[in-house]
Design a protein around this ligand. Structure first.
Ligand code: CU
Length: 558
């Protein structure tokens, strides 16, 4: 049995537009020099076509028009390969398959989830004030920082201080690259630069109370320019709230059984992007111990493509079948965080420390257990990588400010997860265009206008204008004005569980003080107290239990 494709209505509202990158083919066949968009088409569930939120990514179509974005002409229609290789098969009538919906009304919802409310009876511990038409000053737990918002980067932080000590001049996500692995035409050009191509500000969600974050929330609006240069209000694009983050530090004196425990609390500045099928939850997260983190949660819907129905149970070389007739291609998500530091003031250096085994020595290391640290100062701009075997850690230090306890240069350590570099080969346009996806860390000398790791213009870019090129200048750094570009990634081999909507895949980069303070900066945070927390023992087992010598239960107060 076959059914007609309901193209007339659904295709126009179910396209995934992508700006295909250059592939170097210039004979005209692929129109590499024109400004074009490739449209991946989907259809609505023919049996439920009146539902606007039906998941069309379960119905990918094997045809893909390419549109001249100047004239809006359809300049060609590509037929996609739907087998295991590059062969293009004649189009065949659609064979019916069932839907795969994510909307709640299409599910049998579980009934045993009880409300979980975040209550702050005395209000939030942070304040927000406008310091200009466009900026907000946030103060929380010794932190102060300014928040901006723009079309390209979305949320940007400026002038970040802790306890009036300068830490960061400017922090922003500078770009993303998502290269796909399918080598077949037209998929070989599929690489999204979600900030450069679309704009994190343009794509920012209007956040909703009670949905996107819990508790006492402050919402920040943005203003960007529209495509005609007119101001466009972007309401509720950043939310600010506090969250509990488990235990920060604890010690129990086993001799007296007195515990001292302090809970961690975080201040979250969150913005969420919807870039066609995908969502990115982007957060700057501060804690009470002087830590700052940048967290990305990738969610939303996989970018899907058709695969022959009879191959549903056959392993595919370029992706995972997530639904009958639906292939989700393998891809990598690369993020580049731009860090313009002022740790302890301006005049910073970037170093990395390796933990290295000591050679055996009859006097100094006779048992072969010794290891020590080896510090390397990055003297010229360039690219660097983590080295797990050496426990490599990058640090931003201020050589002219000494720690009051041990005399070390004050610093902040950068903790990024190990990253598999871009897999596309160095000659490929994927690799050339994703200027930041090959190295874990780039360090450049500050230069005006160098804000976006993938270059200023990523649409159909061909590489050469981005952080790899800037770093290659070999600029001397010294204790000058370095800019650190921290890359992190998600290697995404899709799972069936990622469809029809993907549970968040989370990746976090942390900046932690390293010999910056003179002791644990959270030593003055009040202990966790039942009088404040009002926790409830559900089984009553703890009620009335008091161990010998224990003073005041969990909070250890006298
Ligand atoms: Cu992905």
């Amino acid at each position: 049995m076959s059914a007609p494709l309901p193209l007339a209505l659904s295709v126009t509202r179910s396209a995934w537009l992508t700006i295909p990158g250059s592939d170097g083919v210039k004979e005209g066949k692929f129109y590499d020099d024109k400004r074009v968009m490739q449209c991946f088409l989907y259809m609505r569930d023919p049996n439920n076509s009146s539902e606007p939120d039906s998941c069309h990514y379960a119905f990918p179509l094997p045809i893909s028009p390419v549109i001249d974005t100047i004239t809006f002409e359809v300049i060609r229609i590509d037929i996609m390969p739907t087998g295991l290789d590059e062969k293009i098969k004649p189009l065949a009538p659609w064979k019916p398959v069932g839907p795969n919906e994510y909307i709640p009304e299409a599910q049998t919802l579980r009934t045993d989830v009880k409300p979980l409310r975040v209550v702050q009876p005395e209000g939030a511990s942070f304040t927000v004030e406008n310091f200009s038409e466009m900026g907000h000053l946030v103060r929380w737990q010794k932190w102060d920082l300014k928040v901006g918002f723009n079309q390209r980067e979305g949320m940007v932080l400026y002038d970040v201080h802790y306890d009036n000590k300068p830490l960061f001049y400017r922090l922003s996500l500078s770009d993303m690259a998502i290269p796909y692995a399918d080598p077949r035409h037209p998929f070989h050009r599929k690489q999204a630069f979600d900030l450069g191509d679309a704009g994190a500000g343009t794509m920012a969600n209007n956040l909703e109370l009670g949905c996107d974050c819990l508790g006492s929330i402050y919402y920040i609006n943005g203003v960007i320019s529209d495509s005609q240069g007119q101001p466009m209000q972007m309401p509720n694009v950043i939310c600010v709230h506090e969250q509990d983050a488990g235990i920060l530090w604890k010690h129990t004196n086993y001799r007296t059984n007195r515990p001292c425990v302090v809970r961690n609390r975080e201040l979250v500045l969150q913005t969420i992007l919807t870039v066609s099928n995908y969502e990115y939850v982007l957060q700057f997260v501060f804690n009470v111990a002087g830590d700052l983190a940048y967290e990305v949660r990738a969610t939303g819907i996989l970018s899907t493509q058709p695969v022959d129905l009879e191959l549903t149970k056959t392993p595919h070389p370029f992706g995972t079948v997530v639904h009958p007739g639906v292939l989700a291609g393998n891809h990598q998500h690369f993020f580049s965080l731009r860090v313009d530091p002022m740790v302890g003031g301006h005049g910073n250096s970037v170093v990395y420390d390796d933990a290295v085994p000591m050679p055996r020595d009859p006097a100094l290391n006779p048992h072969g257990v010794g290891y020590t640290l080896s510090r390397t100062t990055i003297e010229t701009s360039g690219g660097h990588d983590l080295d797990v075997a050496r426990g490599r850690s990058f640090k931003i230090i201020n050589p002219s400010v000494a720690n009051s306890v041990n005399g070390a240069a004050v610093g902040y350590r950068v903790s990024a997860p190990p990253m598999q570099p871009i897999l596309a080969d160095p000659e490929s346009f994927h690799h050339r265009r994703a200027e930041f996806a090959d190295r874990g860390v780039y360090v450049t000398r500050y230069a005006d206008g160098e804000l976006f790791a993938g270059g200023t213009y990523t649409n159909q870019s061909r590489g050469g204008d981005g952080v790899r090129g800037w770093a290659a200048r070999g600029d001397p750094l010294g204790a000058g004005d370095p800019v650190l570009w921290v890359q992190f990634a998600i290697g995404h081999v899709p799972r069936v569980e990622d469809f029809p909507v993907m549970p968040c895949e989370t990746v976090r980069v942390a900046f932690r003080p390293a010999n910056f303070f003179d002791r644990n900066p959270a030593i003055d945070v009040p202990p966790s107290r039942q009088e404040d927390n009002c926790s409830v023992a559900l089984n009553g087992a703890m009620q009335g239990v008091k161990l010998d010598g224990e003073k005041g239960g969990c909070c250890g107060s006298n």
